[in-house]
Design a binder for this molecule. Structure first.
Ligand code: COS
Length: 381
């Protein structure tokens, strides 16, 4: 991939910085951390030095103050190197965006401070008994004097083993479903916050996901984000941005799978002494992969344009997430097929791309949930 000349000079600089960061810190380390299932703690601090982290935090809070397209480009470039590392650096932004969107000035400062120092944050919505049906969560927050007391458990809570602060969703009005949900900033060091177990996963193995138990966790009332009962809407707004970001990362992963396939098909000499790519049947498969990757990129970038214009973008974010992740899954699987045993071997990179990308079809709302949202919005017109 060359530098995208349709970008402004500033955006081209960011693309270059993200690409250099990926070449220096992501590609050489991705396999090692994946095999060990270890969280790459060095990533945040190094990305701060490179000027690309925390991508969503404005300058007034000490962040790089990047525009939306630059944030998308960073996700794509790091995704090219490793879907798991990209998930860490960009997935981290979902809860930060929620706080920046709905929090008070004090909350914004509290939440972004560890991030601009290279730390991490978390988003704790999913529970053992509540995944797609986000309104049915059973974690509760009870007011008690100047505090709320939180009790419950969360699973697949991303980065929470390494986060300083997280956003926790809890019901303040049990029985009222989505209208009873509220969002809280909770410091991981608070008494009663326990990482009960670390999830062991097929892919994005270096990206920490944990089961979290909250037992009589007390937070001051000023840790409530916005108003009681508004938590579900904030979660959905944060997911609008998070789903688009998943799409940007997926485009990067898909581009890498395509590039690896092109390289292999040009280098591998068949029994007739010809490179695989000399066969039109193979070359056309590569062409189909390239068409799909570019279509996914353009659909994802359309979300950026809508966001910049202030137009609603929920439907388009769901479309970009679904199309980009389904495309990336197909392109990664095709790349494994084209590379044959080299694609399947853990000595290569392609099998990891395929393992990593699977979760992108599942998290931040499964692609079935995206279709539910898209179809509801379509039919409500
Ligand atoms: N932005 C702002 N508000 C939104 C919104 C959005 N994107 N989506 C929904 N809302 C609002 C609705 O307007 C509605 O408000 P009113 O009652 O005032 O009209 C309210 O939120 C409830 O919305 P809805 O009726 O659509 O909620 P449902 O319970 O039917 O469920 C789904 C919606 C299933 C789409 C939702 O629960 C969901 O996205 N689930 C997946 C959760 C998820 O992504 N989990 C992953 C966690 S991170 S790994």
């Amino acid at each position: 991939m060359g530098i995208d000349i349709s970008l402004t000079p500033e955006q081209q600089k960011i693309q270059q910085a993200a690409r250099e960061f990926t070449a220096k810190y992501v590609i050489p380390n991705a396999g090692k951390y994946d095999r060990a299932g270890e969280f790459p703690e060095f990533l945040g601090p190094e990305a701060v030095k490179a000027g690309i982290y925390p991508p969503a935090v404005p300058k007034e809070y000490g962040g790089p103050g990047l525009d939306l397209l630059s944030q998308a480009i960073i996700a794509e470039e790091i995704g090219y190197g490793c879907g798991s590392f990209a998930n860490i650096l960009c997935g981290n932004m979902m809860s930060a965006k929620l706080v920046l969107l709905a929090g008070t000035e004090e909350q914004k400062k509290l939440y972004t401070k560890p991030l601009v120092e290279g730390g991490y944050a978390g988003f704790a919505l999913t529970e053992p008994g509540s995944g797609s049906d986000a309104g049915s969560i059973s974690t509760q927050a009870r007011p008690d004097g100047d505090e709320y007391v939180l009790n419950g458990s969360k699973c697949f809570a991303s980065f929470c083993g390494y986060a300083t602060n997280i956003v926790v969703f809890a019901s303040t009005s049990p029985g009222k479903g989505v209208k009873g949900l509220s969002a809280f900033i909770v410091e991981m060091e608070r008494e009663g916050m326990t990482v009960a177990s670390v999830e062991h996963k097929l892919g994005i193995r270096s990206s920490n996901s944990v089961e979290l138990v909250l037992k009589n966790v007390r937070v001051p009332k000023d840790h409530l984000i916005g108003s009681e009962g508004e938590g579900f809407k904030y979660a959905m707004k944060a997911l609008d941005t998070g789903r688009a970001a998943v799409g940007y990362v997926a485009v990067g992963v898909a581009q890498r799978a395509l590039d690896e396939a092109v390289k292999y098909c040009k280098e591998y000499i068949d029994v007739n002494g010809q490179p695989l790519s000399a066969h039109q049947s193979i070359a056309f498969r590569l062409a189909d992969m390239a068409i799909q990757v570019e279509a996914a990129r353009q659909l994802a970038r359309r979300v950026v344009r809508l966001q910049e214009s202030g137009a609603p973008y929920t439907t388009e974010s769901c479309m970009a997430k679904t199309f980009a992740t389904d495309t990336a899954m197909r392109v990664c699987a095709e790349s494994v097929t084209l590379l044959g045993p080299y694609g399947y071997s853990q000595d290569g990179v392609v099998e990891k791309l395929m393992r990593d990308i699977k979760i992108f079809q599942i998290f931040e709302g499964s692609n079935q949930i995206q279709r539910l949202v898209i179809s509801r919005n379509l039919l409500a017109r």
